[in-house]
Every structure is written in structure tokens, then in C-alpha cells.
Design a binder for this molecule. Sequence first.
Ligand code: AMP
Ligand code: MG
Length: 534
Amino acid sequence: MSNQEWNDAWGTLRFDNRFTRELPADRDESNSTRQVYQACYSRVMPKQVARPTLVAHSHEVAEQLGFVPDLVQSQQFADVFAGNALHPAMDPFAMCYGGHQFGNWAGQLGDGRAINLCEIVDRNGQHQTLQLKGAGPTPYSRFADGLAVLRSSVREFLCSEAMYHLGVPTTRALSLVLTGDSVTRDMFYDGNPKQEPGAIVCRVAPSFVRLGSFQIFASRDDESTLRQLAEFTIRNDFPHLGEPSPEVYAAFFAEVCQRTAELMIHWMRVGFVHGVMNTDNLSVLGLTIDYGPYGWLEDYDPGWTPNTTDAQGRRYRYGSQPQVAQWNLAQFAGALLPLVDHDIDSLQAGLQLYVDTFDDGWHTMMSAKLGLDKFRGDDDVQLFADLFDVLQMVETDMTLFYRRLADVPCETEPESVCERLADVYYQPEQIDDSVQNATTQWYQRYQQRVLQSGVSDAKRRERMNRINPLYVLRNYLAQLAIDRSDQGDHSGVTELLDVLRQPYQEQPGREKYAEKRPEWARHRAGCSMLSCSS
Ligand code: AMP
Ligand code: MG
């Protein structure tokens, strides 16, 4: 296609590739697995695939980027977002980064299967990077193939958009395409590889820079590239902090800490478990990034992790996420030391801000989840702690618990509260006298606290339902959509996406999407346990 033809169809988009224009590139342009030094990225072409087919897209993201609906439906769109065609303004590259994986420094990682196509200035004047996940090998692919399969791509596509609609900071997903090629995966690492349909998600974010993007240069004593990346990031993504200087780098670190604390509060609020919180999977913008073996809490269990690869140590279990984020930020601080003239104290302030932001945010969030007027100190801390004990006595669906609690009128007999909440329990036969008593006692105190707040039942319900989602991407719901997609019926993905667009709103006729996990899904692969194989 000629430039003119591209312009006719894609003229509504504004390309502006800052990353490749301003940062140092790998001088080696061959696509071979290697260590890449003194460069933030390597130019690399997506792999050609057999038969690109668009399976789903987010019309909100398309619109924000400036795509007109006809273009989205065209074969050309599927071709571009499968990696088969390239707009002349695109300059594809894979990013170099490192990271701590499961607590150990892992050296160079990098975009092993992500290829950034371009940056687009969106309707709000914000730069957005468009990145294909699963578009073939790059210099960072190490021993793997650079590809992605349909099941993991559906999971990434749906969860990115679900998080956005929940109000949780996240990378977005523009499109999900099938490549027409098959990909071999050993889903359980048990020596039984299978052929699966290959797929590619186009992810979108103002920046895909991670904590590990800085760590790699610090680990190599490459202060020059470290500084270039830091200057670039501050000028483009944190311009309000001013011109780069040691003080500004400390302020930058503090802001990353603050955003990460806010992100953790959101994850805890909605019951999201990331599953692989390595430092290469934490964004400097405080976005949820890299949807792999993530999961959603069903019964309230702080020790739960969906990631079978982490089943032993459960480092990344739900209840540990805030501490893990803090640990990751401390590693990030280490990487920034050369930029603040090794003034550790200046970074310590950021770590303290993390703790303070998290504590404050946690109290505010928990008060809001319970529909209280505001956080009132130690008594409330005790009320929250006792609630978590009660929730763990029997298998209790976290999402439904808060929604049903909102429906219970304040003057309800405390003894009848278990009955009022009946459908939040996975195994009603577990509700014995001790559970009854503990729940009743907790509810009595809650009742008093609500009375003290002076909020009406209606007001409380409205408040609670604004912060406690009814529809989340339950693990089994995603799996049911995947099962249908594997059979060639992608309508489950589109329908689920549509439900998740309004997670706080009751949607008549869609009650089945708000139900707790059915028994058949308790131990089914994909529903309760996931490996990193994707
Ligand atoms: P993750 O923990 O999934 O974020 O991945 C850790 C590292 O492995 C990153 O550098 C990824 O790019 C790389 N990686 C994961 N899967 C693949 C794959 N199929 N091919 C190449 N690299 C991969
Ligand atoms: Mg990753």
C-alpha cells in the first residue's frame, strides 16, 4: 500500500514515536536472543501469521485513539494488529528491562513477546503506546517462542477492560485477534504439550516502562542510559515535577510509591490477585500491567494465589500484595540511587509515603466498603479486623458479601443476619453456632457504628454499591468464555465484556454473571489454578 492509501484510511490517527526518537536503540538490528547493552530497546519486526481474524475489540479504546468504526472492522485492522501489516509511521521495537522474579534478581528480561508498534496521541492529547503481545520472538525471548495463546489473550483482553471499568488504573486492550497459527503449550508443565490457537492482544498505555526498566541499567552500572530513561520518563510522564534534578528524581520516586499504594488499595478493594508481582511487572505509572496467572478472590482467603507456579511459597498471595509492592519499591529505590547522589534518605521519604498513603487509603476504602460516614480511628480498625476474621470462618464470597450487607436494613435482628446473607456462603452447612455467634456479634457492632454514622439505609446502600462491585471477572466466567472461544464462538467474550462495563450496576437479566463460583469450578484448571504457561 502507498503512503497515500494508508493516510486515507488511517488519517484520523496522530502518530508520534517519542520513545524510539529520543532514547538509545540497540545498534544490533538482528533478531537473535542476546544481552542488549546501553540501549532502552531493540527494533524488531512482528512475525507474519497465517490468517488474522478480529475476535473482539474495545470500542472505547478505539474511539479514544481515533479509530473510526469502519476501519476497526476492516481486514487491514486485523492485519496490523496481528503484526502482518505495518503503517508507515510505525517503528516496532521491544523494550529492554530486568527484574526481580520471586525475590531474586533475574538479570535481563525484556519484551520477550511484546512488540510496541507506535505511539499515538489520543483524543485527550495524551500519548499512548500500542503494543502487540504474542507477536513473535525478539532479542529478549530467551528460550521461549514470543507467542501467546487464545486462552491467555482472552484473559488479558477481558481483565484489562474490566479493571478500567472498575476504576482501577490499568493498561488497556484495543483488540484481540486470532493469528490462524497454532502454538504449542504445556499448560501444566507436566510433559503433555498441546496445540492451541495463537492470538495477539494489542495493549495500550501511556507508557509500558516498569520498575525493572530502571533496574537493568543500574545493575550494569550503566548510569548514562539510566539517566536518559529517567529524564525521558519525567519529561513525558511526570512533567509536573519539573526539570530533572536529584530532588526531582526523589519526587519522582515518591510519586511512583504513592501511585503504587493507591493501586494496591484498589486491588484489595475489588479482590484482584495479580499472581506475578515481579519488579518487571510493576508499572512506574502505577497501572496494573501484565495479566498472566491473575485471579479474583472468590471466598475471602488472604492466603489465596491463583498461580500454581507460586503454590509453594505463595509469595504473591492476595493478602501479601501490599507488602510485596513495598519490597519491589525498595528494589526500585536501589536502582535510582545514582540519580539522587546516593542520598538514601531522600528516597526513604518515598517509601514512607507509600506506607502512609496505603494506611490512609486502606482506612478510607474499608470505611467506604462498609458504608460508614468516615474513618473514626482505632475502633474502626478493630471492626475491620474482626470482619476479616468472621469472613474467614467459613467460605464466604467476598464480592457478594459486601453487596448483600448493603441490602440488610440497619434495624435487622442481629441473630438473623447469617440468614439474610445466606447466598454468600459456599457451604451453608458450615454455619454452626460459633459462626452464627461471631457473625451476630460483629453485626451488632456494625449496626451501632452505622447508627453513629447517621446514614439512612438507602444512602448507605447507595454508597456501598458505588465502591463494591457486583460483577467481577470471576475465574470461572472467564474460563467459560474461553471454552466457547476455543470452539470458535467468540460471543461469550463480547457478552462478558459488556457485562463488565457496568460492574457496580445491577443488570436485570444478567444475574448469572453475579453468581458465586459453582461447585464444578472449584478445582478446574483455569478456574481456580493457573500456571504461567500462556
Ligand atoms: P512474565 O512474568 O509473564 O511477565 O514474563 C517474564 C519474562 O518472560 C518477560 O521478559 C517476558 O517477555 C518473557 N516471556 C514470557 N512468555 C514468553 C514467551 N512465550 N516468549 C518469549 N518470552 C516470554
Ligand atoms: Mg511481564
